[in-house]
Design a protein around this ligand. Structure first.
Ligand SMILES: *Cc1c(COP(=O)(O)O)cnc(C)c1O
Length: 378
C-alpha cells in the first residue's frame, strides 16, 4: 500500500501525460510559452479568480505575495502554529516577524478568535500587524467568513496558503479564491501535483498580479532586461505545465469526488475505532490532502505506527512540532499560548489517502486496525 499512490494515477493518465510531454519536447519551448499561459488561464478559471501566476513552488508563491505587499522589517504576520514550515518561513525570509496562534481541534485550522489578541501582542512589541496567513490544512479550507471579519476590523491583508487545499470549497467558492492573494503548491504529493516542483499565486487585483509577475522574474520592468526591483527567479517550466494541464482535467472531472468517496469510506471504517475522525463543517468541501485522526491518550503513536508499518500500512505524522518551537524561530518570532497545537503534535496520525486508494487497501487496513484496537482495548 502506498501512502499516496502516484503510480496508479500515472497508469490511469499515462497516454495523455506522455503525449503532453512529447509535445513540449518537440516544441523546444521549455520555459514559459503556450503551455504555461494555457495552464494559468485554466487554473484561474477553475478557482474563479482573475489572475493566476505560476511560479517555482508553493514556498516561493507565499513569498511573492509578501513581496508584492511590501511586507518586511517591523511588520507582524499572523500564522497558525500547526502547519508546514513554509507558512512561517517566508515571513522571516522577508524580514518580518511571524506571530504564531493556535488552531481549532475540530478542523486543524487557525482559530479566528486568536487573530485580534495576536495583533495586540504585536503592537505591544512595537510591530505593525499587516497580514494573516490562513492555511487550508489537510485539504479543508480555513473558516474564511470568520477570518475575513477579523481582517476587516484589524485592517489586515489575508493570504490563503492553499498548498494543501486546492480543490476544496466553501459553498460555491473554491479554495485559492479566499485570500486577497492565495497560493498553492504543485509538489507531487499535494492534491494537484506535478512531477517536480511547482506553485501558483491567485488574485483578483491587477496591480498585485503585475507586481508578482515582476518579482517572479528578477523584478523585471517593461521587459526582461529592465530590472526595476530586486526579485526572485521563480517559474514553472513548460513540461510541468503540460503535465498539470492533463492532471487538472482529471482532478476537476473526478479526482476530487473520488477522494471524498475515500474519506467517506474511512469514516465508515473507523466509526467505532477509539480515535477522533476529521470533521468537515457544513457547507465546506475538503480536497483531502491528508486523512488525519487524533489518537486517544492510551494509544502509543510509535507503537501503532510500527505495527501498521510491519503490516504494510504506511502512516505519517503531520506535524510533530509546533511552529513556535522550531529552532529556526528561536530568535524572531512571537507566539500566543498554543495548547491545542501542542496536544495535536503528540496525537495526530495520517493514513494513506488519495483518489486512487483501492478498496482492497481498505479491507487490509480494516483488518490490521481491527486487530490492533482489540489488543489495545484489552
Ligand atoms: C507543501 C506546503 C507548502 C510549500 O510548498 P512547496 O511547493 O513544497 O514549496 C506551503 N504550505 C503548506 C501548508 C504546504 O503543505
Amino acid at each position: 500500500m502506498e501512502f499516496r499512490d502516484l503510480g496508479a494515477q500515472y497508469s490511469a493518465l499515462k497516454d495523455d501525460i506522455d503525449a503532453a510531454i512529447a509535445t513540449v519536447l518537440g516544441s523546444g519551448r521549455f520555459i514559459g510559452g503556450p503551455e504555461v499561459s494555457a495552464l494559468e488561464s485554466e487554473l484561474a478559471e477553475y478557482v474563479g479568480v482573475k489572475h493566476c501566476i505560476t511560479c517555482g513552488n508553493g514556498t516561493d508563491a507565499l513569498q511573492l505575495a509578501l513581496l508584492a505587499w511590501g511586507i518586511g522589517s517591523g511588520d507582524a504576520v499572523i500564522v497558525p502554529d500547526f502547519t508546514f514550515f513554509s507558512s512561517g518561513e517566508v515571513v522571516s525570509a522577508v524580514g518580518a516577524t511571524p506571530v504564531f496562534v493556535d488552531v481549532l481541534e475540530d478542523t486543524f485550522n487557525i482559530d479566528p478568535s486568536q487573530i485580534a489578541p495576536a495583533c495586540a501582542l504585536a503592537r505591544e512589541r512595537g510591530l505593525r500587524p499587516r497580514v494573516v496567513v490562513a492555511v487550508d490544512l489537510f485539504g479543508l479550507p480555513a473558516n474564511y467568513p470568520e477570518i475575513r471579519k477579523v481582517c476587516e476590523s484589524e485592517g489586515l491583508l489575508l493570504l490563503e496558503d492553499g498548498a494543501q487545499g486546492f480543490g476544496g470549497a466553501i459553498g460555491e467558492k473554491r479554495a485559492c479564491s479566499f485570500g486577497d492573494i492565495s497560493t498553492t503548491s504543485f509538489f507531487p504529493a499535494k492534491p494537484l501535483g506535478c512531477y517536480g516542483d511547482g506553485g501558483a499565486v491567485f488574485t483578483d487585483s491587477d496591480e498585485w498580479a503585475e507586481l508578482i509577475r515582476s518579482y517572479a522574474v528578477h523584478g523585471k520592468g517593461s521587459m526582461k532586461y529592465d530590472n526595476v526591483r530586486v526579485g526572485m527567479n521563480s517559474r514553472l517550466d513548460a513540461l510541468q505545465a503540460a503535465i498539470l494541464r492533463v492532471k487538472l482535467s482529471a482532478f476537476a472531472e473526478h479526482e476530487v469526488d473520488d477522494v471524498n468517496e475515500r474519506a467517506a469510506m474511512y469514516d465508515e471504517l473507523l466509526a467505532d475505532a477509539p480515535v477522533k475522525l476529521p470533521r468537515v463543517p457544513d457547507g465546506f468541501l475538503s480536497s483531502w490532502a491528508q486523512y488525519t485522526v487524533i489518537l486517544p491518550g492510551g494509544i502509543d503513536r510509535d507503537t501503532l505506527q510500527t505495527h501498521l508499518k510491519e503490516q504494510g500500512v504506511p502512516t505519517m505524522v503531520y506535524y510533530p512540532k509546533p511552529m513556535h518551537k522550531q529552532r529556526a524561530f528561536d530568535r524572531g518570532c512571537l507566539a500566543l499560548t498554543c495548547l491545542v497545537t501542542e496536544r495535536l503534535c503528540g496525537k495526530v496520525l495520517s493514513f494513506p489517502m488519495g483518489p486512487y486508494l483501492k478498496s482492497v487497501d481498505f479491507v487490509r487496513l480494516a483488518d490490521v486496525l481491527f486487530r490492533f484496537w482489540v489488543t489495545y482495548e484489552r
